[in-house]
Design a protein around this ligand. Structure first.
Ligand code: AHG
Ligand code: MN
Ligand code: MN
Ligand code: MN
Length: 335
């Protein structure tokens, strides 16, 4: 077993590569600590009375589960007093959360999807937390929503924690992707894989097939070709996986390759997609790129999209590079 704890990994990154300023190291440690608390609540399940709906809704029009709210509170409480943050934004909060005046303010902004995969909470299937870290613009006096509206390529750290058979934290600070597994006896994350690489080719796709009739032509073309198997234009059989927790689907892709798609569809034509740019697509897009994969909205690199609002939605196609490029090419050919 690895004896490199998350703390040691971050200290060594700071010392040898200069990638992580002290405040950012503290921030990542605090997020990891919050994830441990969330993991504990998830594990208790019905015994901790954390399952089921909270009876409220969020700004996206979704029903909030108890764990959506618990995870959101844990992340805020853990992060607000440390002095490393200026503000936070979350899928579960309508506006930004400015660090209260009684605490010192730092130069970072933390964005999160506190609980990803809400529909899987009550059925004991993997769920997770996704986070993204930005820096406050220079010479900015007070934090406001506009400070958060930065392209994904400005992220300084991104990661997720998946609460599955193991609790696993996956992190990038712009120097590749590292994976840590929670050792429950010791209460610490330990490095279990470094420099994750996504194979450029794959035979596995992840998409909610029940939406097929609503897809756009390029997506339909790509999936039709996968389904045609050996006898079709791709000349090979494809396998399908769909957990319906983005964290778990992306985790599989970082582990063994594949392509994940939640494309725009005709159900809600005015919305660019279902998933959220700031809390889901940007952090996952950067992790995937750091592991040698690609992430686009079908037309453009996700990380280059200029966000116009906090809860902006986006079409997401990410994973093995050659497959993502193929779907993106199909979009270009159709326009
Ligand atoms: P969240 O639970 O944070 O609202 O996100 C759910 C997302 C994502 O995790 C997943 O890929 C997708 O919704 C599942 O959508 P379907 O209901 O179409 O399967
Ligand atoms: Mn949600
Ligand atoms: Mn989510
Ligand atoms: Mn969520």
């Amino acid at each position: 077993m690895s004896n490199i704890s998350l703390t040691r990994y971050l200290v060594e990154q700071q010392r040898t590569h200069g990638h992580i300023p002290g405040q950012l190291r503290l921030l990542i440690e605090v997020v990891a600590r919050a994830c441990k608390r969330i993991s504990h609540a998830v594990n208790k399940g019905a015994l901790g009375d954390v399952l089921g709906s909270a009876g409220t809704g969020n700004v996206q029009g979704e029903v909030q589960k108890k764990l959506d709210i618990i995870a959101n509170e844990v992340l805020i409480e853990a992060n607000e007093w440390g002095g490393h943050l200026a503000g936070m934004a979350s899928e579960e909060m309508e506006g930004i959360y400015v660090v209260p005046n009684r605490f010192p303010k730092g130069e970072y902004l933390l964005l999160f999807d506190p609980l990803d995969g809400s529909s899987n909470i009550d059925v004991n299937v993997s769920i997770g937390t996704i986070f993204s870290v930005l820096k406050m613009p220079e010479d900015d006096r007070g934090v406001d929503e506009a400070d958060f509206l930065q392209c994904g390529h400005h992220q300084v750290a991104a990661g997720y924690c998946v609460y599955g058979p193991q609790t696993t934290l996956v992190l990038t600070v712009g120097d590749g992707v590292a994976m840590f597994t929670l050792d429950r006896e010791q209460g610490s994350f330990f490095l279990t894989q470094e420099d994750l690489r996504i194979p450029e080719d794959t035979k596995e796709f992840a998409i909610n097939m029940s939406n097929m009739r609503h897809w756009d032509a390029p997506v339909k073309r790509y999936i039709d070709e996968c389904l045609a198997g050996k006898e079709g234009p791709r000349g090979k059989d494809f396998n399908m996986r769909w957990v319906a927790s983005m964290v778990a689907d992306v985790h599989r892709i970082l582990t063994r390759g594949g392509i994940f798609m939640y494309p725009w569809d005709k159900r809600e034509p005015e919305k660019p997609g279902k998933l959220r740019l700031m809390y889901e697509a940007n952090p996952m897009g950067w992790l995937v790129e750091q592991a040698g994969g690609a992430a686009t909205n079908g037309r453009q690199r996700i990380l280059d999209i200029q966000p116009k609002k906090l809860h902006e939605r986006v079409s997401v196609i990410l994973g093995s590079k050659n497959e993502v490029e193929r779907v993106t090419k199909y979009h270009a050919e159709a326009s």
